[in-house]
Design a protein around this ligand. Structure first.
Ligand code: NDP
Ligand code: GDR
Length: 363
């Protein structure tokens, strides 16, 4: 490719990964364009610190209104921006929600990917733009081998995973059919203080913060035995960038190679505020000292169980290590610690933070 400009277009820029990726690309001297959805309230909290008035000379960060369900909009933005690298991070990314909104999830996650690739083809950008697709370890679903790598068969277990399966294969097909530099990053779970509040790690760390500050009594969770390979989002966006710096498009697993249960993450997070969880008996108890004795801090609510669950994910990122020289730098205890500290700091500075999620109600 002879195009030496560094212009990135990022869908899902307002999300966890989009925000870290934008920071990384700006630090590397890219002009960064992001697609954000129109919202009735502000949805740019994760990227506000990157935004400069567009009238400021040299400003290299731009936002465009758009949506992955709107092909004409995507074609227009892509035609205007003429990106050299496209990161398709936008998605209805919540697995449990995808059971509630399967058609919308397919539209944004599966057809949205197709629309991005078609825009590249229609605009004749196949030789100038490289494409990254946010594929996922959820593709392995009912796992067929342990650990999972690029050769492990897929077995999706949710409408989200089935939509992402289409996204994965349409990327492979456009690479093979049209010679587009298109790659899949098969990323295992990655978290951070910017993680959406309804994903399990953040839900836990927010609750730990609230419970430790006396603003919440109890945390309700679903399946405590699910195992995930959790890393830090900052490490993973670095892997995304490395994937697009390769001469050829290809598919890569990014993972830490370690797996832990949701239960274990709870223990790590509560330990940060000095609460030891004792899982014996009904519910879950805090082992307190003196008068406070035993208090239930975590309960299981079957409402959070999924119709079909992914029980065990653990990735093998050997190919990424070999080809991209990528590996994770943050281990789970450090991640949990950072997330709990950030949530405590946030709660302390939020005036309106006294909302009790699990109150004992008197009749
Ligand atoms: P988030 O849920 O934090 O962010 C998703 C982003 O997509 C948000 O910016 C959201 O906008 C945007 N979005 C949602 N629907 C649309 C749509 N129809 N059109 C345009 N944009 C849309 O996800 P993450 O940052 O955690 O993940 C990024 C990507 O990586 C996703 O595709 C996810 O499926 C995938 N992935 C994530 C992993 C993880 O562990 N985090 C692991 C593997 C894959 P808004 O802010 O307005 O909601
Ligand atoms: P996941 O993440 O489904 O792996 O998808 P999530 O944090 O939602 O769930 C992880 C595991 O925790 C169990 N769990 C709960 N989950 C949530 N959200 N809320 C609960 O109360 C709860 N209790 C237990 C779940 O059942 C599951 O087993 C994430 C998303 O970022 C996807 O977009 C991405 O593709 C995958 O990671 C890799």
């Amino acid at each position: 490719m002879s195009d030496h400009r560094k212009v990135a277009l990022v869908t899902g820029i307002t999300g966890q990964d989009g925000s870290y990726l934008a920071e990384l690309l700006l630090a590397k001297g890219y002009e960064v364009h992001g697609i954000k959805r129109r919202s009735s309230s502000f949805n740019t909290g994760r990227i506000d610190h990157l935004y400069h008035d567009r009238h400021v000379p040299g400003a290299s960060f731009r936002l465009h209104h758009g949506d992955l369900t709107d092909a004409t909009n995507l074609i227009r933005i892509m035609g205007q921006v003429q990106p050299t690298e496209i990161y398709n991070l936008g998605a209805q990314s919540h697995v449990a929600v995808s059971f509630e909104t399967p058609e919308y999830t397919a539209n944004s996650d599966a057809l949205g990917t197709l629309r991005m690739l078609e825009a590249i083809r229609i605009l004749g950008m196949g030789k100038t733009a490289r494409f990254y697709q946010a594929s996922t370890s959820e593709l392995y679903g009912k796992v067929q081998a342990v650990p999972q790598d690029e050769t492990t068969p897929f077995y999706p277990r949710s409408p989200y995973a089935a939509a992402k399966l289409y996204g994965y294969w349409i990327v492979v097909n456009y690479r093979e059919a049209y010679g587009i530099h298109a790659s899949n990053g098969i990323l295992f779970n990655h978290e951070s203080p910017r993680r959406g509040e309804t994903f399990v790690t953040r839900k836990i760390t927010r609750a730990v913060a609230a419970i430790s500050l006396g603003q919440q009594d109890c945390l309700y969770l679903g399946n405590l035995d699910a195992r995930r390979d959790w890393g830090h989002a900052r490490d993973f966006v670095d892997g995304m960038w490395r994937i697009l710096q390769q001469e050829q498009g290809d598919d890569y697993v990014l993972a830490t190679g370690e797996t832990y249960t949701v239960r274990h993450f709870c223990e790590l997070a509560f330990a940060e505020v000095g609460i030891t969880i004792d899982w014996r008996g009904e519910g879950v108890s805090e082992t307190g000292t003196g008068k406070e004795a035993r208090k239930v801090v975590v309960r299981v609510d079957p409402a959070y169980f999924r119709p079909t669950e992914v029980d065990l994910l653990i990735g093998n990122a050997a190919k990424a290590k070999r080809v991209l020289d990528w590996s994770h730098t943050v281990k789970l205890p450090e991640l949990a610690s950072e997330m709990v500290a950030a949530d405590i700091a946030e709660l302390r500075t939020t005036a309106d933070s006294s909302h009790r999620i699990c109150q004992r109600r008197q009749a």
